[in-house]
Design a protein around this ligand. Sequence first.
Ligand code: HEM
Ligand SMILES: [Cu+2]
Length: 558
Amino acid sequence: MSHSNEHHHESFFKKYLFSTDHKIIGMQYLFTGMFMGLIGGFLVYAFRMQLAFPGISVPGFGVVTESGYNALVTNHGAVMIFWFAMPVLIAAFGNYLIPLMIGCDDMVFPRLNRLSYQIFLLSAIILIISFFVKNGGFGGAWTAYPPLSAKAEYNLTPMGAPLWLIAVALEFVAFLIGGINFITTLMNSRAKGMKMYDIPMVVWMIVIASILFMASVGPLIAGAAMLLFDQLIGTAFYDAAKGGDPLLWQHLFWFFGHPEVYVVLLPTMGMVVEVMTTFSRKKLFGYKTFLYSTFFTGILSFVVWAHHQFVAGIDPRMANIFTVTTLLISVPIAEICFLMIATLYGGSIELKTPMLFALAFVAEFIIGGVTGIYLGSSGMDIYFHDTYFVVAHFHYTFVPIAIIGLFTGIYYWFPKMFGKMMCDTLGKIHFWGTIISFNFIFIPLFFLGMAGEHRRIYNYQNFPDLNTVGLFDLRKLATVSLLVMLAFQAVFFYNFIRSLIKGEKAPANPWKANTLEWQAPSPPPHGNFAELPEVYRGPYEFGVPGRDQDYWPQNQPN
Ligand code: HEM
Ligand SMILES: [Cu+2]
């Protein structure tokens, strides 16, 4: 049965809310994720204002109380990772791109796909409800370490804590279901002729990320259920006084938590590759090396988790082992960065907005990676642990991954998704405003961390050593830079909406790229292709000698 007949006359409701079309589900994830990203941004705005100007009433929020601060930090972290980075990078782009890029009409299990989004939406709603219940949202940090998280007496949020945990668990279920679809679709629905090494890198990356997620999240779901029992029915899995073990949670959490970094990193790396090859008209340098480096990174990411526990009392010999595995990961990751740079070498580079974001990703991410080497060394981590140095380090990885990655993807695929071009000049204004202010937020935080400023502290005025003028000014600089960064996002939203309404009409292949999605109309109809494509070559055949065109789409016969 062909898709296009099945879905001809549908109400708006059926078409957009209950659709099983992978593109619509991808958009639903995209818009929900971006909305949650705005919430995450609002939360950080509120607590950064408190840090720079303690005790003021924050415009649009009010006075930040002690427990309010904890809830803000906790939910900022959780929202950004679970409800912004993951849904946007994996679910939105994965759903939208995979069938189009491998040349099929939809996911293998379209209804399961829809269910995945519905569960995700439910989890987001429960999370938002948890902010408003009695005593407010959960404040035990996004890592939810017991004993603080396990007992209402400790974390003072008897309703916020379990609701938060339920929301997180549901979110995991949504992504487990989604991952099944990605993997089976890649295995079963590739266009005729598409071999292993003809698969576009971003598709590989999203699928490998889904596998990492599925392999790491199981123990945490079990752990979360135990934590919920501790909270609600008085079991003592994590309560040392009654024979439980709080460290057990740390192991379960970080066995998931560290691979999670790669779960969000890989899709962004994949998008960056698509953009870089297209805008430098070059073949990806070392396709296979890239792919196998990623596999290696993925496997290693399962044996590094205890680098988060260097100060939690683990045996120093164990700390040595985890230092070594952690530092080893920098080898394949550095290699991937080199491959990206080598891809650019000698290319005819065109600095359109998507390309600017792709380049910025590599530059900023390298800062995150290099500072991670300090933290991975157990000796240095003992000094840096839980300081703002850590906060600055992981934001130099997460902001490139989540924010720069999102924009790389949107600016590149917007013409495909909506059939309109975005304004490149506005895109560039948005780019420079975002990148410059981003660095001015987080460079000061490195120095604050080195000066000994600890994270998750509500008011540094309580600590005379941390209340000197120099440090205070750095905190102010970071906060003002955040306001600038947030303001520049208005440029993006203006551009987005304006382009939707009166943007120039996009041709099917505006960037002259080779991958299959550009062979479908912009935007692609239900069922994607008029006729399913057949693939003859790899995805990055640019500048092939002896051809008049400098690109050679995958589906063009020889
Ligand atoms: C660009 C805007 C952002 C700013 C200014 C910012 C700022 C901060 C600050 C200052 C903290 C530490 C608060 C404290 O420990 O007291 C924090 C925590 C955190 N942020 Fe961000 N952040 C931003 C974006 C992001 C993004 C995009 C992600 C992830 C995708 C993220 C993930 C986290 C996480 C996981 C925590 C730890 C939360 C916790 O300690 O429980 N942030 N952020
Ligand atoms: Cu880690």
